[in-house]
Design a protein around this ligand. Sequence first.
Ligand SMILES: NC(=O)c1ccc[n+]([C@@H]2O[C@H](COP(=O)([O-])OP(=O)(O)OC[C@H]3O[C@@H](n4cnc5c(N)ncnc54)[C@H](O)[C@@H]3O)[C@@H](O)[C@H]2O)c1
Ligand SMILES: [Zn+2]
Ligand SMILES: [Zn+2]
Length: 368
Amino acid sequence: MKMRAAVLEEFGAPLAVQEVELAEPRAGEVLVRLHACGVCHTDLYTASGADPSGYAPTVLGHEGAGVVEAVGPDVADLVPGDHVVTLFSPQCRECIHCLDPRTNLCLAIREEQNKGHLPDGTTRISRDGEEIRSFMGCSTFAEYTVMPEIALAKVSPEAPFEHACLFACGLSTGLGAAINTAAVQAGSTCAVFGAGMVGLGAVAGARLQGAERIICVDLSPQRLELARGQGATDLIEGGEGAVERILEMTGGFGADYTFEATGNVAVMRQAVEAARMAWGLCTVAGVAGKGETLDVVPRLLITGRRIAGSSFGGVKGRDQVPVLVDRYLAGEIDLDPFVSHRISLDEVNRGFELMEAQDGIRSVIELA
Ligand SMILES: NC(=O)c1ccc[n+]([C@@H]2O[C@H](COP(=O)([O-])OP(=O)(O)OC[C@H]3O[C@@H](n4cnc5c(N)ncnc54)[C@H](O)[C@@H]3O)[C@@H](O)[C@H]2O)c1
Ligand SMILES: [Zn+2]
Ligand SMILES: [Zn+2]
């Protein structure tokens, strides 16, 4: 079939929205009609050419929500009409990692996904016989996508698509960092560095876990106000003195849980230093630049602080994204403030501009 999609033709150049060919779903695959898709830093990172593992041509986008249109052979859990959220982090439910409650890092399709292929080593998108690779296994800057069933979470049809798509990436990452990776205890003190989608999700997750005090640190006063709306109790301007402020606010000890959601290694260090001696846990969700390292004084660890990394918030996507969506539908999370701009597929490059200008949290592409 023919569909419209935003193609990255050349690094550093605007995406070109055009008609491409999409092949039928094969075994284990599903055709999804997309209704909404968030525009994320990771899309821009690849489009800019900064990502050393990036490839072109490809259809970018990985924060999709839509409806199953058709299924290929051997699809067990989805039928046409199901509402789904795309998962760049799949869940096969069979590999050694999927069977272990300690991790969400499914091993089933990693290698082919990193190469821009579907699990069988080929792609479904093409143009005049030339293959166009799949991005993060999703390619959702498009009217339709074909994805493996293991990379789709079936969610409640009651969730509006523009909110459901937020769960495909940063929101679940932040919520999961607090709920799964840190498993924040009720009554504790948390400090969240960064109030973008991931940090705001971590603030909301800490609140849902019953944290008593949630300190949020950011450079932008507007973003700090959004953090207050998600449950932050104290707001601090980021930069040099942030760790000292947090120590002062916690009787000199530091926070029981800290979260890093900026991608800046200097801030990661601050997040470690702001964690409480004896049991403070620092959860790192930000993605640092290639080759950058985290500089930590080992004494901080000997005296009881721990550091954990968190990919997609430790969320096992097919099992847990539907639960997070249900909690949103139950009124536990307010997502309206996160959707700052609604744009069309043709305006996708404007979505990148808004992001570079830090204008709002998410631009969402409305597709149908
Ligand atoms: N682990 C994962 O699976 C995963 C998933 C999605 C995103 N990420 C990463 O998480 C990070 C955050 O993503 P996002 O979408 O929320 O980004 P974002 O750019 O929207 O938010 C980052 C925030 O950090 C703030 N900031 C910058 N410097 C700061 C400082 N010195 N002190 C305090 N705050 C500072 C910025 O003002 C901004 O509000 C990125 O590195 C992203 O790549 C990780
Ligand atoms: Zn994303
Ligand atoms: Zn798996």
